[in-house]
Design a protein around this ligand. Structure first.
Ligand SMILES: Nc1nc2c(ncn2[C@@H]2O[C@H](COP(=O)(O)OP(=O)(O)OP(=O)(O)O)[C@@H](O)[C@H]2O)c(=O)[nH]1
Length: 354
């Protein structure tokens, strides 16, 4: 049985997690998405905001709230039973999204997916860390530090000592995708510099995308296929305390530049039959690396094979399998490429057609 993918959305208070999830639900394209929200008492209203969305993709019944704070401390009493309740329903969702409260580290939550009660039925598709681009560029990490402190004090389960900069590093280390949000408040150079800095700090192969108002296409956000609970290496919290300076450039704020790069684009490449599918997979992986492509998927016509080869690539990983005969359909190789706006389409098409 196929495991249900779960995406863990993390990031500090006010980074834009709820906004991103809201956008995802508004653009669910028929996917049934269940939400689990980890709220801190009366400080958050996310549950209400998301419940009120009135979307077909997510009715009130699909929103589950964990109310006693930090997930990592309440795994057995709260998180696992909630997951079991969700998984036991006759109408299982296509995807589960878990919004963590801003200060809890994602690692213990990801580890909870190894618990035998749920480990055969659900997998962590990816940890998505939402970053307040403006606050991080200014070395503050969160827009409203008083609110963050209040949130921290309100939960006795949370450690009260660790500086935010270290919690931030832990969130970055845990990420399978990093979303630099609020780029509308950043100058183009600032945004570029922040993306470069976070790419260097992230684990290898982790994409850093930029956006405002969390407007990430579902095809980019979901389906990362990380199986994070089985790949904890390098994600561990507290093992990477290199201290860097946040050189913030105080006089370069509030510029409003052209934000074309914050959008995403999709285009199709068609090519002739492929002689050697294994070699073609390597070729695809190379093109993805060279052009910072987020997703690539489609069908491949392999010489001498009546079946079409389905190809799906996320980051550097390329998966292929024969799914069905071409039948009457034309034997074309057709690949959909998804990436942040500004892709070099001609070069990509040429490299894929070689
Ligand atoms: N300027 C700007 N504001 C944004 C952007 N994304 C979100 N916001 C605003 O930032 C505030 C916080 O956004 P939320 O989505 O509630 O953030 P959150 O991470 O869910 O915060 P908590 O649930 O409180 O932890 C809201 O007022 C949003 O409207 C953005 O890209 N640009």
């Amino acid at each position: 049985m196929k495991k249900i993918p779960a995406t863990v959305v993390t990031g500090f208070l006010g980074a834009g997690k709820t906004t991103l999830i809201r956008h995802l639900l508004d653009n669910a394209n028929g996917r049934r998405i269940a939400l689990i929200i980890n709220e801190f008492g009366d400080l958050g209203v996310d549950g209400d905001i998301l419940k009120g969305c009135g979307d077909d993709a997510c009715s009130d019944d699909d929103v589950f709230e964990l109310s006693n704070g930090c997930i990592c401390c309440t795994v057995a009493e709260d998180f696992i039973p909630t997951m079991e309740r969700l998984l036991d329903r006759p109408d299982a969702p296509d995807h589960i999204v878990i919004e963590t409260s801003g200060l809890a580290l994602p690692q213990p939550l990801v580890r909870a997916f190894q618990w035998p009660q749920i480990s055969t039925r659900v997998t962590v598709d990816g940890v998505v860390t939402v970053v307040d681009g403006k606050a991080v560029a200014e070395g503050r990490f969160a827009a409203n530090l008083d609110a963050v402190e209040a949130q921290r004090k309100a939960d006795e389960n949370l450690d009260h000592e660790t500086p935010l900069s270290e919690l931030f590093e832990d969130q970055i280390a845990a990420a399978d995708m990093i979303v630099v949000n609020k780029t509308d408040l950043l100058g183009e150079d600032e945004a570029e510099a922040l993306v470069a800095k976070l790419s260097a700090e992230a684990r290898p192969g982790v994409h850093v995308v930029r956006t405002s108002m969390g407007q990430l296409p579902g095809e980019v956000l979901l389906g990362i296929g990380a199986e994070a609970e089985a790949n904890m290496e390098g994600r561990d919290e507290g093992h990477h305390h290199h201290h860097h300076h946040d050189d913030d450039d105080q006089d370069d704020h509030d510029h409003h530049h052209d934000h074309g790069h914050d959008e995403f684009e999709t285009f199709v490449v068609e090519r002739t039959e492929v002689a050697d599918p294994a070699a073609f997979s390597s070729q695809v992986a190379e093109v993805i690396r060279a052009h910072d492509i987020l997703r690539l998927k489609g069908f491949v016509a392999v010489s001498g094979k009546p079946m079409r080869l389905t190809l799906q690539a996320v980051g550097p990983r390329v998966d292929t399998y024969y799914d069905q005969p071409f039948g009457e359909a034309p034997r074309t190789t057709r690949l959909v490429v998804i990436g942040q706006a500004g892709l070099d389409r001609a070069a990509i098409a040429q490299a894929l057609s070689a």
